[in-house]
Design a protein around this ligand. Structure first.
Ligand SMILES: NC(=O)c1ccc[n+]([C@@H]2O[C@H](COP(=O)([O-])OP(=O)(O)OC[C@H]3O[C@@H](n4cnc5c(N)ncnc54)[C@H](OP(=O)(O)O)[C@@H]3O)[C@@H](O)[C@H]2O)c1
Length: 239
């Protein structure tokens, strides 16, 4: 086990995963420093002069890059930061990475190349994107539109991710490991929306109550509409 006489720097320590990592480390009585623009001292990926002060007295780092490990410039930035961390006495790094993203894997390699005692947390989409991030406004608007939204995704709860991150940061047996992290079930965005949108997910018996017969199901509706030519290709001007 790690003895942790030094602080853990949690980058993105006010964000979805970092905030939870900070809470867990503090609950164990371990010294923590929030690494973000509102941290003390401030840490800003866009201002390299803030990196060294943020690493002073730090022995391990939860490394999350903002906005995304797959954006241009991210690989160079995490490589430079991790090299500085190793040089300044914080070789233990848990890196948050993205699953199925070649650019993010280049970021993992760049951090590994610094000689860091690295644990890679290669995560799928977070469940909390629906409630704590940009998907929230779609959910509240009642409509989730995404390209490829029909592809099943094994959404991960960031509380699980934070538990793994804290294990990686507090137990040296996780050094050198790469964890592919997902939730227990794959869901399409439509499945996820249906689970979230309880306002319209349940069925009612209003048709039977009014008419004394069962309502029509979606397949019957679609077959009748198709037979009537509803989806035959026609020039839009003639519709
Ligand atoms: N979202 C997903 O589903 C998902 C899945 C897999 C991997 N990831 C990875 O997770 C990482 C974080 O993404 P996220 O969307 O979850 O964000 P996030 O961690 O929820 O939020 C942003 C955090 O970054 C800080 N921040 C913003 N701009 C900064 C800057 N210029 N310098 C330093 N800190 C800054 C913010 O604090 P301040 O505002 O106080 O600076 C906040 O703590 C990304 O690398 C992404 O690739 C995300």
């Amino acid at each position: 086990m790690n003895t942790h006489r030094t602080s853990t720097l949690v980058l993105g320590g006010t964000g979805k995963t970092g905030r939870r990592v900070v809470e867990r480390l503090q609950a164990r009585g371990l010294p923590v420093r929030v690494g973000s623009r509102t941290g003390e001292p401030s840490f800003d990926w866009e201002d390299r002069s803030t990196w060294e002060p943020a690493l002073a007295g730090v022995g391990s780092v939860y490394l999350t890059y903002y906005p995304d490990l797959a954006v241009p410039g991210a690989v160079e930035a995490v490589h430079e930061f991790a090299a500085l961390a190793v040089r300044s006495g914080a070789p233990r790094i848990a890196l948050l990475s993205g699953r199925g993203e070649p650019e993010a894997e280049r970021g993992e390699e760049a951090v590994r190349a610094t000689g860091a005692e690295l644990t890679v947390l290669r995560s799928t989409w977070f469940m909390q994107n629906f409630s704590e991030d940009y998907m929230l406004e779609h959910v509240l608007a009642g409509e989730i539109r995404l390209p490829g939204g029909g592809v099943p995704t094994p959404f991960l709860d960031v509380d699980d991710l934070a538990d793994v991150a804290v294990a990686a940061l507090t137990d040296d047996r996780h050094a050198g490991r790469l964890y592919e992290l997902t939730g227990p079930h794959s869901l399409t965005f439509a499945d996820a929306a249906a689970v979230i949108d309880h306002r319209n997910a349940d069925t009612t018996d209003g048709v039977r109550e009014a008419l004394g017969r069962e309502p029509r199901d979606f397949a019957s509706y679609a077959a009748q509409a198709a037979a009537a030519g509803a989806w035959n290709a026609v020039p839009s001007a003639s519709r």
